[in-house]
Ligand binder design. Structure first.
Ligand SMILES: Cc1cc2nc3c(=O)[nH]c(=O)nc-3n(C[C@H](O)[C@H](O)[C@H](O)COP(=O)(O)O)c2cc1C
Ligand SMILES: CCCCCCC(=O)C(=O)O
Length: 358
């Protein structure tokens, strides 16, 4: 990786506590999937069309609860105040000012109400989604959902790839298993069954099922997207059970170190969903051309995780803006080079395997 994103990552490595840098950069096991998410894009090439472009290109996408958004989202990543003192507030302002949907996480170090308010103060039209892990106690999940609704979030993103926490060898080596003193997952404060005024731990449960999703579906009118879908059969089930979108994701290689790269899993999920709901992707997106490849293969939009944290660590709000603007500018440039007048002109025939047919 070179360019703005690599410079942000290098700066982040210089300024961050090494254990937190490793927590962000690292992944599960031998980190094969972390590497493969990026390498999979390197294995794909764009096959441009000529003499059919436009000087002005339409790059906006319609997402659940976010019409006219940019095709790049801020994927949910935990603990932004460990990257920069302004934490999630800086990320929210940067996303809002670039027209990018922010998916703020249950594991944020700033409460969702404050994050959403900061985004709207920067741009009243800003869309913020809330990511959650379904909790084993339905009343805890419901309380989190009500907080997101009250905060004005326009969609929920339920992460389903984490029945247990990934085995992250860097974190085990570094002893990075708890937040340092003075930081907390603020959305987890004052929840049912938890200590008053204090935070509960986020639970991951292998006992969750499609019934828990059905309960959530009934508990809220907000659009619900499922994040962490790789198998086409699960994508089909998600649509049948009322999901408003699926996110093809392997959690940035942080959960199972033996799964396919996100972009390699995308086409089968797109085929299974068959246009019924938007399909998003995250994992390894580092260039505007990666955005173009993903949209050509059927994604409606893509999320970026680590690059946003690197930008935040490198320069707070301005650093995140630089990262997002670079990706969006590169994407628009890639569209021009492919002879596309907008996202709608991207199609699977524009993507081939590097060195051979797809
Ligand atoms: C530091 C870090 C924290 C993350 N925290 C969460 C989280 O709290 N919830 C979640 O669903 N995904 C989380 N993710 C996964 C991201 O949402 C996303 O799937 C992944 O980062 C995409 O890959 P990329 O980093 O290569 O862009 C986290 C990823 C990182 C790097
Ligand atoms: C049990 C702590 C939950 C934090 C979740 C952060 C996360 O998903 C990650 O990949 O790290």
């Amino acid at each position: 990786m070179t360019g703005v994103l690599a410079a942000a990552r290098d700066r982040a490595r210089d300024v961050l506590d090494p254990a937190f840098y490793d927590y962000v950069a690292g992944g599960a096991g031998r980190e094969r999937v972390v590497a493969d998410n990026e390498r999979a894009f390197d294995r794909l090439a764009l096959l441009p069309r000529v003499l059919r472009g436009s000087a002005v290109r339409d790059t906006t996408v319609d997402l659940p609860g976010a019409p006219g958004a940019a095709p790049v989202l801020v994927a949910p990543t935990a603990f932004h105040r460990l990257a920069h003192p302004d934490g999630e507030l800086a990320t929210a302002r940067a996303a809002a000012r670039t027209g990018v949907v922010l998916v703020t996480g249950m594991a944020a170090t700033t409460a969702v109400a404050e994050v959403a308010a900061a985004a709207r103060a920067a741009d009243p039209a800003a869309a913020v989604w809330f990511q959650l892990y379904l909790q084993p106690e339905p009343e805890v999940t419901e309380c989190l959902v009500r907080r997101a609704e009250r905060a004005g979030c326009t969609a929920l993103v339920v992460t389903v790839d984490s029945p247990v926490f990934g085995r992250r060898e860097r974190d085990l080596r570094n002893g990075f298993t708890d937040l340092p003193a003075g930081y907390a997952a603020e959305n987890m404060r004052d929840l049912p069954g938890g200590p008053p005024g204090r935070t509960r731990d986020i639970a991951m449960s292998p006992a969750l099922s499609w019934d828990d999703l059905a309960r959530l579906r009934e508990a809220t009118a907000l659009p619900v997207l499922l994040k962490g879908v790789l198998h086409p059969a699960d994508a089909r089930l998600a649509v049948e059970r009322g999901a408003d979108g699926v996110v093809v994701s392997n959690h940035g290689g942080r959960q199972c170190d033996a799964v396919p790269a996100a972009v390699d899993a995308l086409p089968a999920v797109v085929a299974a969903v068959d246009g019924r709901v938007p399909v998003l992707l995250d994992g390894g997106v580092r260039r505007g051309t990666d955005v173009a490849v993903s949209l050509a293969l059927g994604a409606t939009a893509v999320g970026v995780g680590r690059p946003v944290v690197w930008g935040l660590a490198a320069g707070g709000e301005a650093g995140v803006r630089q990262v997002l603007e670079e990706l969006l500018d590169e994407y628009d440039h890639a569209l021009a080079l492919c002879g596309a007048r907008g996202n709608a002109d991207l199609a699977p025939d524009l993507v081939v395997r590097r060195g051979g047919a797809r």
